[in-house]
Design a protein. Structure first.
Lengths: 215, 418
């Protein structure tokens, strides 16, 4: 059976896996974005708190993903919970770091002006600082998504959802006639998904970044 | 002051009472004990060297920097302890390089404060147009632009429009024209003066440029380090009678020349000059010239605008036609020009006189070196007398105060009951 025949015969299974993969990454990204921006907002004004947040999230990133999932299984069990937890944690770093850099990079004169015309702390954040920091934050989100696409494949190790299942099944049965096709299909699927997500982000950037600050 | 609730809020008084700012960990206060009263509708300029605390003092008025001591009263109301956000919505604020938010359009920027204080959409829309119009930008063209699509001068105008959008009685300007080129700065200063003529806000303006201070200020506070007031007086008084070496050092060389900027041509004597119009017959022109006893006559065109200077000799050679005779008038000054402009024009004119024009360029008179010199001398003399008198008053007041303090009569007059 060549690769093409494999794809046609298994397309239903593959599409289902791809769908789950995309949905897992998407949901984790939403959670990671909300958390990451929140952490950024809370910590950016203090030198050490911001550095601590960056340091912590980058430490998390150095943990091998297989080990992380392995460590999470005894705590949260098998299946979806360790996948979501691990993906969210990994997704944080680029977002937190870019949120802090972006928020710190807002021209102090503009913050001064915002204060001076009578904006409250919250209004200033929502109307001025976050919109101006949004382009770097969005870049962080893009980087995170690319990363999570790959890491999500490991989730299959903990019986999680997604295209990782194809890869793991293939690796487990190396030597059998469809092993290579399975690994290939899973990998290519992830790449295609990553490209689709990236295209979506470009569109999102067009829609959400003000024309006044678009590069 | 009568409470008539006018269509546009005019200025409110600002009183600073022993205002101080001390930063933790620094032995010297950044601003030490500043007391000042600024009248409603007055433009006061804080001027001083870098780091003298003039900006800090300004920012304490809208409490961007919280004072560590003293009181601030705006329009008689003590604002030292009210919610700073509420305070700032009543006080316009314009800063260097405009402070416009780059992700919002011009209209959105201007609409910010009105939106925050809950104006209706229709009212805000009208107001944005009105403000753009006020600062001399075409609403249709600039409404939807982003700040980066504007020149520095235009951005600054929008910055002022934003500061004035909710019609605050007080406007604080922190080196607003510091970042634009000299020509644009000059225009913006003129615009500000014009605006202030219309609006009568109370403006506090910070600059390190003394010439700018002279130009826009009704009164100037020259500040030295820690915002100590070296002199707080009208530009004329500071120019003619600087309080001490620090102030005269700051005024710089050429105080008399700078003084010329404060007086307009319309305020000094304009001499009348024999004139004829281009339609007059040649014989009439000859007669006029002879009767006037002068050597020269000014020829006006059909709309009574200065056209040519005619000398006796020119007429002799004219031989019946004026087409080639005389020297064209290439420079005129308006009645609103400063004496400095007039002097410049007189100096560059080869015969040392310049025609003054009124509306639509019509002839009004002539200034020459002699009249200019006389007026300048008179001005300086008058300033000197004023300053002497003023000084005398101040000394008398001071003596009185010292006297009453020694007698133990307590403070100078208390606050009027609300």
């Amino acid at each position: 059976m060549n690769f093409w025949e494999f794809l046609t015969s298994r397309h239903q299974q593959l599409l289902a896996d791809a769908g789950q993969h995309a949905s897992a990454v998407f949901q984790c990204m939403v959670v990671a974005t909300v958390l990451g921006v929140l952490i950024g907002v809370v910590t950016y004004r203090s030198e050490w708190a911001g550095n601590l947040a960056t340091l912590t999230t980058s430490t998390i990133l150095t943990i091998p993903s297989l080990a992380m999932i392995g460590l999470l299984i005894p705590v949260v069990g098998l299946g979806v919970p360790p996948t979501v937890t691990a993906l969210t944690l990994y997704g944080l770093l680029p977002i937190v770091r870019n949120a802090i850099v972006g928020l710190r990079g807002v021209d102090p004169a503009l913050v001064d002006a915002a204060k001076g015309i009578g904006m409250s702390r919250v209004t200033r954040l929502l109307r001025v600082e976050l919109p101006l920091a949004w382009p770097p934050i969005l870049t962080g989100i893009r980087v995170s998504t690319q990363m999570l696409m790959g890491i999500a494949a490991i989730a299959a190790y903990a019986s999680g959802p997604g295209l990782g299942n194809e890869i793991f099944r293939g690796i487990a049965s190396l030597g059998s006639k469809n092993a290579l096709n399975q690994v290939l299909a899973g990998t290519l699927g992830i790449i295609v998904l990553a490209l689709l997500f990236d295209a979506a982000y470009v569109l999102l950037g067009r829609l959400t970044i003000s024309r006044g600050i678009r590069a | 002051m009568p409470e008539t609730a006018p269509a546009a809020a005019t200025g409110a008084t600002i009183e600073l009472e022993s205002l101080s700012k001390r930063y933790p960990g620094s032995p010297q206060p950044a601003v030490d004990n500043v007391s000042m009263e600024i009248g409603a509708g007055e433009t006061v300029v804080f001027v001083g060297p870098s780091g003298c605390g003039k900006s800090t003092t300004l920012k304490m008025i809208n409490r961007l920097i919280e004072p560590t001591g003293g009181r601030i009263r705006i329009g008689g109301e003590d604002v030292t302890d009210i919610d700073p956000v509420k305070l700032r919505r009543k006080v316009g604020y314009a800063i260097q390089s405009s402070g416009l938010f780059p992700h919002m359009t011009v209209a959105q920027n201007i609409a910010l404060v009105p939106r925050m204080i809950g104006w209706s959409k229709a009212r805000i829309r009208g107001r944005v147009e009105e403000m753009l119009d006020l600062v001399g930008l075409d609403p249709g063209e600039f409404h939807g632009r982003y700040p980066r699509q504007l020149s520095g001068g235009q951005q600054q105008r929008v910055g002022v429009a934003r500061a004035l959008a909710a019609d605050p009685p007080v406007l604080l300007m922190d080196e607003p024209f510091g970042a634009v080129d000299p020509i644009t700065r000059d225009h913006l200063q003129d615009e500000l003066i014009r605006l202030q003529h219309e609006l009568h806000k109370t403006i506090v303006f910070v600059t390190h440029d003394f010439d700018e201070a002279i130009k826009v200020g009704d009164r100037i506070a020259v500040l030295r380090e820690q915002s100590h007031i070296a002199q707080f007086d009208t530009p004329e008084a500071i120019l003619t009678n600087p309080a001490d070496d620090f102030v005269s050092g700051f005024v710089g060389a050429g105080a008399a020349l700078k003084r010329l900027n404060l007086t307009r041509v319309r305020d000094v004597g304009i001499t009348d000059y024999p004139t004829v119009t281009i339609d007059d017959p040649l014989q009439h022109i000859f007669d006029r010239l002879r009767d006037s006893g002068s050597n020269e006559i000014l020829l006006l065109d059909k709309r009574r605008r200065p056209y040519k200077w005619l000398r006796r000799g020119d007429l002799m050679r004219a031989k019946g036609s004026l087409a080639r005779a005389g020297a064209l008038v290439h420079d005129t000054v308006t009645r609103d020009a400063t004496l400095r402009d007039a002097l410049e024009a007189v100096l560059t004119d080869n015969a040392g006189r310049v025609a003054v024009t009124g509306r639509r360029g019509q002839y009004e008179g002539v200034v020459d070196m002699e009249t200019l010199m006389n007026s300048v001398h008179e001005l300086l003399e008058a300033d000197r007398l004023d300053a002497l008198e003023h000084q005398h008053d101040l000394e008398e007041q001071r003596a009185e105060r010292t006297h009453s303090e020694q007698e133990g009569f307590g403070r100078p007059t208390g606050e009027a009951p609300a």
